[in-house]
Design a protein around this ligand. Structure first.
Ligand code: F6P
Length: 341
C-alpha cells in the first residue's frame, strides 16, 4: 500500500513524532510505502510531494513544527479541488491518506471519505478542542510554555507592583488559558466560553492592589467581555475563522483605567506553538501515528485515532469535529476559587 501523509492547519509540537511513527511502523510491519504531501491539503491538490521513508524520518522525533510544512488550504473552497486530489493520488499510486490536523483538516477528511477518498485522521491542536479524545498532542507543550511565561511574569509584576495581563492562544476553547492560569496561579482567568464582566475583573485587581499585591490576569485570545468581542482586524481564513488577538491589550487598558494600577499586556502568540514537544506529547503523538499506520493497513478508513484514558482507540472522524470540546462550567468554577485577593 502507498500512503500519503499531510499536516494541515496551525503547526503543533508533536507533528513530526506522528509522521515518524506512522512511517516507521507502516514500513517495518506492513511493507507500506509513504509519500509526503507538503502544505496540508494544498499538497495533494497541486501534487506537491516530498520523499518519506525510514531514513527521512530519522532524528525528527523531538523537533517542533512539521517537516511536511502546513497551510490552511480548504479543497472544498477551491474549484476542482477534490477532483485534483483524486487525480494526483491516482497518478502517484497513493491508496490512502493519513491527515494530521485539527477541526478544519479533519473536517475535510470526513468529507473526502464520503467522496470516496481513503482517509485516516490523526487529531492535533494546541487548543485541545477536539471531541472524542481526552487530549490532543501539542496541548501539553503549549500549556507548559504558557505556564513558564506566567511564572516569569510573576517576578517582574511583583517587583513593580504591576498588573500583568497575559494573552494565551485558543480560538474557541479556553483549555490552554485555564490550565496555564491554574498552573501559574493567575488571579483572574478569562476564557471564550464565559463572557466576562470587566467591572468585576477590575474589582479583583483593585482588591489585590489595596492588599499590596500585584496581579496576573490570563486571558484567552477568544475571550470576550459582556459588551462584545475585541478584534484587531476582520481577516478571515479559508475555513471562515476570524483572526483573533487584541483582547489582552483591551483588558490591560481597562484595568489601568478602572483599577488605577500600572498594567502591561503580554501576547504569547506563536511562542506557544514553537519548539520541542514535551515527553507527554511525543509519546501521545507516537502512539497515534502507530495506530494510524495500522488503521490504514486494515482499510479502516474514515476513522480518527483518539486517546481514551490510557488507550488509543479509533472513532469516526466526524465525532472529533462535529462539536468542539469546550471548557465545562464546573472546570471554570475550579479556577474561580482563586480569583481576586
Ligand atoms: O488552532 C491553533 C491556533 O494556534 C489557535 O490557538 C490560534 O487562534 C490560531 O491557531 C492561530 O492561527 P495562525 O497561526 O494561522 O495565526
Amino acid at each position: 500500500m502507498r500512503i500519503g501523509v499531510l499536516t494541515g492547519g496551525g503547526d503543533c509540537p508533536g507533528l513530526n513524532a506522528v509522521i515518524r511513527a506512522a512511517v516507521r511502523k507502516g514500513t517495518k510491519e506492513y511493507g507500506h510505502e509513504f509519500v509526503g504531501f507538503r502544505y496540508g491539503w494544498k499538497g495533494p491538490i497541486e501534487g506537491i510531494t516530498q520523499p518519506l521513508d525510514w531514513d527521512s524520518v530519522e532524528n525528527i522525533l523531538h523537533q517542533g513544527g512539521t517537516i511536511l510544512h502546513s497551510s490552511r488550504t480548504n479543497p472544498y473552497k477551491i474549484e476542482g479541488g477534490v477532483e485534483a486530489i483524486k487525480k494526483n493520488m491516482a497518478e502517484l499510486g497513493v491508496d490512502a491518506l493519513i491527515a494530521i490536523g485539527g477541526e478544519d483538516t479533519l473536517g475535510v477528511a470526513t468529507k473526502l471519505t464520503a467522496d470516496g477518498v481513503n482517509c485516516v485522521g490523526v487529531p492535533k491542536t494546541i487548543d485541545n478542542d477536539l471531541s472524542g479524545t481526552d487530549y490532543t498532542f501539542g496541548f501539553d507543550t503549549a500549556v507548559n510554555i504558557a505556564t513558564d511565561a506566567i511564572d516569569r511574569l510573576w517576578t517582574t509584576a511583583e517587583s513593580h507592583d504591576r498588573c500583568l495581563v497575559v494573552e494565551v492562544m485558543g480560538r474557541h476553547a479556553g483549555w490552554m488559558t485555564l490550565h496555564a492560569g491554574v498552573a501559574g496561579g493567575a488571579n483572574v482567568v478569562l476564557i471564550p466560553e464565559v463572557a466576562f464582566d470587566m467591572d468585576k475583573v477590575a474589582a479583583y485587581v483593585r482588591e489585590r492592589k489595596e492588599a499590596g499585591k500585584s496581579t496576573v490576569v490570563a486571558v484567552s485570545e477568544g475571550a470576550h467581555a459582556e459588551e462584545g468581542m475585541v478584534l484587531k482586524d476582520g481577516e478571515v481564513d479559508a475555513f471562515g475563522h476570524v483572526k483573533l488577538g487584541g483582547v489582552g491589550d483591551w483588558v490591560a487598558a481597562q484595568i489601568k483605567e478602572r483599577a488605577e494600577i500600572e498594567t502591561r499586556a503580554i501576547i504569547l502568540g506563536h511562542l506557544q506553538r514553537g519548539g520541542t514537544p514535551t515527553a507527554f506529547d511525543r509519546v501521545l503523538a507516537t502512539r497515534l501515528g502507530l495506530e494510524a499506520a495500522s488503521a490504514a493497513e486494515e482499510g479502516d478508513f474514515g476513522k480518527m485515532m483518539a486517546l481514551r484514558g490510557t488507550d488509543i482507540v479509533r472513532i469516526p472522524i466526524h465525532e472529533g469535529t462535529d462539536v468542539l470540546k469546550t471548557v465545562p462550567t464546573e472546570r471554570y468554577a475550579e479556577a474561580e476559587i482563586f480569583f481576586g485577593n
